[in-house]
Write a protein that binds this ligand. Structure first.
Ligand code: TMP
Length: 214
């Protein structure tokens, strides 16, 4: 039986990566066969791409950025996501194709049809079974990003965008959530880590409870 593909999305500073780590720990304790991954950077090639085009101060042309996120995704789907799902595992990815609609579509202004075409090419039409959107206000997200950079945490090219950029990205995510209510769950990410974790665990327990994974 095919596994389950779950993705975590949110604007930068939403706290989704912390939540992903905590959820994976919780599921492993319950003996769920879970694999965690991320985009960009879920494969060895992806990690090299991530460093080359994201963790750099070099100016990257928006079209190059779009295609590089797609290249990372194609490699990720082919060599990690598909095989793991084929083995019946639960795959939780920190970002997937919705990020391209939100960041390159709404954020950078690429037409939806162009983004669609490129995502389709990269994924072969693969979609997550469930997507959690960690919804934080742009103001709170910017505060968290600032404090991260002050503590010397590694930041990337996208972490220095403006409030307007993140407002567009957030609205795009909410629009996808509205279009695909069966796949999306919106989590209020303005609260404490523990409150958010409780909401995540409740949603995932319910979701996996309907499958043979839990
Ligand atoms: P993160 O791993 O810290 O979430 O950083 C990834 C950054 O790349 C984040 O700012 C979102 C951005 N991104 C895109 O712009 N498009 C994409 O398709 C993906 C996967 C990420």
């Amino acid at each position: 039986m095919r596994g389950q593909f779950i993705t975590f999305e949110g604007i930068d500073g939403s706290g989704k990566s912390t939540q992903l780590r905590m959820l994976a720990g919780e599921l492993r304790q319950r003996s769920v066969d879970v694999i965690t991954t991320r985009e960009p950077g879920g494969t060895p090639l992806g990690r090299r791409l991530r460093e080359a085009f994201l963790e750099t101060e070099e100016t990257v042309a928006p079209i190059a950025e779009l295609l590089l996120f797609a290249a990372d995704r194609a490699q990720h789907v082919e060599f990690l996501v598909k095989p793991a799902l084929g083995e019946g595992r639960v795959v939780i990815s920190d970002r997937f194709a919705d990020a391209t609609f939100a960041y390159q579509g709404a954020g950078r202004g690429f037409p939806e049809a162009t983004v669609n075409q490129i995502i389709e090419l990269a994924t072969g039409g693969m979609k997550p079974d469930l997507t959690l959107f960690f919804d934080i206000s742009v103001e709170n997200a910017l505060k968290r990003m600032r404090s991260r950079s002050e503590t010397g945490e590694r930041i990337n090219r996208m972490d220095v965008e403006t409030a307007d950029f993140y407002t567009n990205v957030r609205s795009a995510y909410l629009a996808i959530a509205e279009r695909e209510p069966m796949r999306f769950r919106i989590i209020d990410a303005n609260g404490s880590v523990a409150e958010i974790q409780a909401a995540v665990v409740e949603i995932i327990t319910k979701f996996l409870g309907k499958t043979s994974a839990l």
